[in-house]
Design a binder for this molecule. Structure first.
Ligand code: SF4
Length: 295
């Protein structure tokens, strides 16, 4: 999810280097990971099949962060591809899976292991974000299973829109879900994301029923999501999740504007100002009034 959290990276970030040209997942040799559009139909179909099987992932980037995306120091990996089209998306370049770098799932697993000691020392782990991580459910399932086998805390950051793709096994391998509730009112949800709210509600219920810890996230956008009745409805939804641990209210800001421009995409929030500190606190108060731990 590209929610516009003011992130302070631990200074370790990156794109994935292309896999070795002779890697069995990549054909024809030497085309490079970003060269998917240069491939012929046969190769493209093969790569799509590998993504489908979870052996290859389309990845935007990754970074080590502390105090966001879950407890401790996290290796947050942003997968490419998203079924929503949020007006406030701060990384619109993650929306299209074809823009990502193709990375063998085993490569990601190796990198996860590299930070195992840091995770242990800080109580951290991995967070798979996006885009929408459930766009690539089999690869995601492999990453979660691998992390759990190695005693590493796992989280995903999701809108829940594709929650039906999250299998029961994946749920068992999840220590935390960062659930982005983009609006409580259907009409506002549709205006904000161009999609329906119902799948998020279904997934929230399932997470609650299964006792998967949830941190709910809500982006406060003046003139879009900030109507008190909308915030009230998000708070009501959050309060129905028995496994909810906290709510994070994220004030909208304009740091993503340039990306929309550089992609040549129309940016609907050009004139929208960030909420004031008082407005953000007033929104948080609506959640706290329901007894929810809110940041
Ligand atoms: S759900 Fe998709 S479109 Fe919305 S903010 Fe996240 S990445 Fe962007």
């Amino acid at each position: 999810m590209s929610l516009g959290i003011q992130r302070v990276s631990d200074g370790v970030t990156g794109e994935y280097a292309p896999a070795p040209a002779d890697h069995p997942f990549l054909r024809p040799a030497g085309k490079g990971l970003a060269g998917i559009d240069l491939l012929g139909d046969v190769e493209r179909r093969e790569q799509a099949a590998m993504i489908h099987a979870g052996d290859l992932l389309s990845v935007h980037s990754w970074e080590l962060v502390t105090a966001v995306d879950g407890p401790g120091t996290r290796m947050t990996t942003f997968l490419s591809g998203c079924p929503l089209a949020c007006l406030y998306c701060h990384n619109p370049d993650t929306m299209d899976m074809r823009r990502g770098n193709l990375v063998p799932t085993t490569e990601l697993c190796k990198r996860i292991l590299r930070y195992k000691r840091i995770f242990k020392r800080t109580g951290g782990g991995i967070t798979i974000s996006g885009g929408e991580p459930l766009m690539q459910p089999r690869g995601l399932a492999k990453l979660l299973a691998f992390a759990k086998e190695n005693g590493i805390h796992t989280a995903i950051d999701t809108s829940g829109f594709l929650g039906w793709r999250c299998t029961d096994d994946m749920l068992k391998n999840l220590d935390l879900v960062l659930l982005d509730i983009k609006s409580g009112m259907q009409e506002t949800y549709r205006k904000t994301t161009k999609a329906e709210l119902a799948p998020t509600l279904d997934f929230a219920k399932r997470l609650g029923d299964e006792g998967v810890p949830v941190w709910a996230r809500f982006v406060l956008v003046p003139g879009l999501t900030d109507a008190p009745e909308n915030i009230e409805e998000v708070a009501r939804i959050a309060s129905t999740i028995p496994s909810l641990e906290r709510v994070e209210v994220l004030p909208f800001h304009q740091m993503g504007r340039d990306k929309w421009d550089s992609l040549g995409l129309p940016y609907a929030l050009e004139d929208t100002q960030p909420p004031t500190a008082a407005e953000a606190e007033a929104a948080r108060a609506i959640f706290r009034a329901r007894g929810l731990e809110t940041y």
